[in-house]
Unconditional design. Sequence first.
Length: 63
Amino acid sequence: MSEEELVKMLDQMVDSEVSRIKVEISDQVAEGEMVKRQHFGRCDVGSPFATGALGNFGENRGC
């Protein structure tokens, strides 16, 4: 993905009122492809709190 394409993609997200954007580079995703995750709450996407993997809370898993 070129720098121009990346800026265009980020501008489109901002124009659609996306309030948080996290950009990561990965060898697991094909070049030019984008993976988007929806975030519903205060916990970080994929964190132990968001996934319920943090074991110290019993039934109350944070998010």
